[in-house]
Write a protein that binds this ligand. Structure first.
Ligand code: 13P
Ligand code: SF4
Length: 303
C-alpha cells in the first residue's frame, strides 16, 4: 500500500499544488509542507505562488486571505471546520455599526478576521507588521484597531499612538497566567522569555522579546542564550528545535494549544488533494472590497 506521504507527494505534483502550513500546525503537517511560516509569510507565499492549487494547513481566515490574494487558484482548507476563536459571527455587524459611527477613522483589521470584516477595513496587519502599519497612518487620524485588544495595546506601546482598541483576544494566548510564567522563570532563570503579542499586557511586561511567531524563531536563532522560555502556541517548538539544534526550548505553559490548528491531519490533506475539496471561496463582492486592505498591508511591509 502506498504510504500516505508518498500519496500526498504524488497528488501534489498531479494537481500542481503547494502546501502552506502555519507554524502552529501539528509536526507531521509542518514536515510535509512546502512552506511554513507566520500569517504574514503565508499570505506573501499565497500572493506569489505559481501553483494552481493552494492547500492551506491553518485556520479559515488564513485560507480566505489566500483566496482573496490569489482568486484564480483553488484554495483548499483540509480541516474545513478550523476557525479562529478570536472572533465570532457578530463581529461583522459590530464593525459595520462602528464604521457608521466613526466615518472618518482609519480601520485597521488584524488578518485574524473574517473576509467580510476585511472588506470594511482600510488596511490589514499581522502580528509581525502591526506597528509598521499603524505608524504609516497620518498622525491626525483616529484609528480603530480590531479585533485583538492585546495586540492593540502592544502596538500602542510600540508606536506611541492612542487607538480605539476592540476587546477581542485569543483564548490560547490569553490563558497564560502570571503564576505559570513565574514558575517557568524560576525553573530557568537564565532563559529569555519570547512571547507572542496576543498575550496579556501584564504577561508581556515579564517578557524579554515580544513578536510574531516568525519573530520568535529569528530571535532564538540569533541569540547566544542556550535556553529559552516560549510563550506562544506549542506548534512553534518544532521549528525552533529544527532551526536551533543544541538550544533548549521550554514552554511557558503546557496549555498554550490552539485546538483548531490541530484539526489538520495527513489523511485530510491527502483527501483534499484527491477531491479538490473542501474549498474556500470568498464571494466576489467581498473579495473585491477586501483585497485593497490586504494589498495596502503588503505594499507597506514588503511584497
Ligand atoms: P502570527 O501572526 O504570528 O502568525 O500569529 C497568528 C495567530 O493566529 C496567532 O495566534
Ligand atoms: Fe486564533 Fe488564537 Fe488559534 Fe491563532 S492561536 S488561530 S489567534 S485561536
Amino acid at each position: 500500500m502506498e504510504d500516505i506521504i508518498d500519496e500526498i507527494e504524488r497528488l501534489k505534483k498531479e494537481r500542481k499544488a503547494i502546501i502552506l502550513a502555519h507554524l502552529y500546525q501539528p509536526q507531521e503537517i509542518q514536515e510535509i509542507a512546502d512552506y511554513t511560516g507566520d500569517s504574514f509569510g503565508l499570505s506573501r507565499q499565497a500572493a506569489g505562488t505559481d501553483a494552481e492549487v493552494i492547500v492551506f494547513c491553518g485556520v479559515k481566515f488564513m485560507a480566505e486571505t489566500a483566496n482573496i490574494l490569489a482568486p484564480e487558484k483553488i484554495t483548499l482548507l483540509p480541516a474545513a471546520d478550523a476557525t479562529c476563536r478570536m472572533f465570532t459571527d457578530s463581529l461583522t455587524g459590530e464593525v459595520a455599526q462602528m464604521r457608521r459611527e466613526k466615518p472618518d477613522a482609519v480601520f485597521v483589521a488584524y488578518v485574524n478576521t473574517p473576509a467580510a470584516v476585511k472588506a470594511m477595513a482600510d488596511i490589514c496587519c499581522t502580528s509581525s507588521n502591526a506597528a509598521a502599519v499603524v505608524a504609516s497612518i497620518p498622525e491626525d487620524k483616529e484609528i480603530v484597531f480590531l479585533p485583538d485588544g492585546n495586540l492593540g495595546s502592544f502596538v500602542e506601546g510600540e508606536t506611541g499612538r492612542k487607538m480605539f482598541c476592540w476587546k477581542g483576544g485569543c483564548p490560547t494566548h490569553m490563558g497564560l497566567t502570571e503564576a505559570q510564567l513565574a514558575e517557568a522563570k524560576a525553573k530557568y532563570p537564565a532563559a529569555p522569555v519570547l512571547m507572542h503579542p496576543e498575550c496579556r499586557p501584564q504577561l508581556r511586561a515579564m517578557a524579554d522579546y515580544v513578536g510574531s511567531t516568525t519573530g520568535i524563531v529569528k530571535y532564538a536563532e540569533k541569540s547566544d542564550a542556550q535556553d529559552f522560555i516560549i510563550a506562544t502556541e506549542e506548534g512553534v517548538m518544532y521549528e525552533l528545535e529544527t532551526r536551533c539544534p543544541g538550544k533548549k526550548f521550554h514552554l511557558a505553559s503546557r496549555h498554550m494549544l490552539c485546538p483548531n490548528m490541530k484539526k489538520t491531519t495527513l489523511e485530510k490533506v491527502r483527501d483534499a488533494l484527491e477531491t479538490l475539496e473542501p474549498r474556500v471561496v470568498v464571494p466576489q463582492d467581498i473579495r473585491e472590497k477586501s483585497v485593497a486592505a490586504l494589498e495596502k498591508m503588503l505594499a507597506i511591509t514588503g511584497k
